[in-house]
Design a protein around this ligand. Structure first.
Ligand SMILES: NC(=O)c1ccc[n+]([C@@H]2O[C@H](COP(=O)([O-])OP(=O)(O)OC[C@H]3O[C@@H](n4cnc5c(N)ncnc54)[C@H](OP(=O)(O)O)[C@@H]3O)[C@@H](O)[C@H]2O)c1
Length: 268
């Protein structure tokens, strides 16, 4: 039995616990740590999983999933350091923290896998990118991939690409929320009631996302299929091009990547 402990069962940690249970793991195979006793009791009542101290989690679990905020990492590493060894596996979900930080603070040989997930994990639709640290093997990556597949899709990337991943899929949901918000405003401008505009756009987003995911067609092909000669869509596309929306997206995502690089430098 592989025991998995989630250290910091906040939004992401709780979503992973729920996914692991749904994916077939029993409550006995799982542990979590939380700072607030009320939150801990609430999670145990909801999932039947035991809440323990970080030290106990480190002693009992084979896999330690770190899901605290990046700024809370230091005390967690200090508690883990005397208790983990090469037979443990540390999985970091913390945005921007390199595997080298864990490798420096933990005993030599502890395998670390870094993951960049995103918020749709709370509805089982995360996009997660995994990168092995210097002591992690293909088996470690396979185990982490299988764990994360219970809450969405998973890809493996070299750690050097994690800043690009952060900018693309880490922040990605925010770009879609922003677009949806702007399109709802457009509906208001055209005189639609807010509730109707919201429903029209959210369902269009869900439908478009499902078509992208399920038809395997390139987005250009899907867009061309609704862009008829002298029709309405091409008039909208002309405005999007005129206002530089494509260039704005390229620049925005590049700026997010640059900020991720900058934040990462603090941990070198
Ligand atoms: N949310 C996202 O979109 C997203 C995307 C990618 C990656 N991530 C990463 O996922 C991690 C978790 O994010 P989140 O949004 O789930 O944050 P969150 O809701 O704040 O969850 C973190 C949890 O860890 C607890 N915690 C902090 N220090 C602890 C300790 N020493 N022992 C036990 N529990 C401790 C916190 O308790 P308190 O309430 O007491 O602080 C909180 O419940 C972050 O590192 C973030 O970078 C998040």
């Amino acid at each position: 039995m592989t025991v998995i402990a989630v250290l910091g069962a906040g939004k992401i940690g709780e979503a992973l616990l729920a996914g692991l249970l749904q994916g077939g793991r029993s409550a006995e195979e799982l542990l979590f740590t939380e700072r607030h006793p009320e939150r801990s009791a609430e999670l145990t009542a909801r999932y039947g999983v035991a809440g323990v101290e970080v030290t106990e989690a480190a002693k009992r679990a084979d896999v330690l999933v770190v899901a605290v905020k990046p700024q809370d990492i230091e005390p967690v590493l200090a508690e883990l350091a005397p208790l983990v060894g090469p037979n443990s596996l540390v999985v970091s979900l913390c945005a921007g923290l390199p595997t080298s930080l864990y490798e420096r603070r933990l005993p030599d040989g502890v395998p670390v896998v870094r993951v960049m997930p995103n918020t749709p994990m709370v509805v089982g639709e995360a996009m997660s990118a995994v990168s092995p640290g210097k002591h992690a093997t293909a088996d470690h990556v396979a185990l982490v991939t299988e764990m994360l597949a219970t809450v969405g899709q998973v890809v493996e990337v070299p750690e050097a690409q994690q800043d690009a991943v952060t900018a693309l899929s880490g922040s990605g949901p925010a770009y879609f929320f922003y677009l949806v918000e702007a399109m709802i405003d457009a509906g208001i401008l055209l005189g639609l009631p807010r509730a109707v505009a919201e429903k029209l756009i959210i369902q269009s987003a869900v439908g478009a996302a499902k078509m992208l995911a399920e038809t395997n067609e390139h987005p250009v092909i899907l867009r061309e299929a609704v862009t008829s000669p002298a029709g309405t869509t091409i008039n909208a596309i002309r405005e999007l091009e005129k206002h530089g929306v494509r260039a704005a997206l390229l620049a925005a995502i590049e700026a997010a990547r640059d900020r991720s690089v900058e934040l990462g430098k603090a941990h070198e």
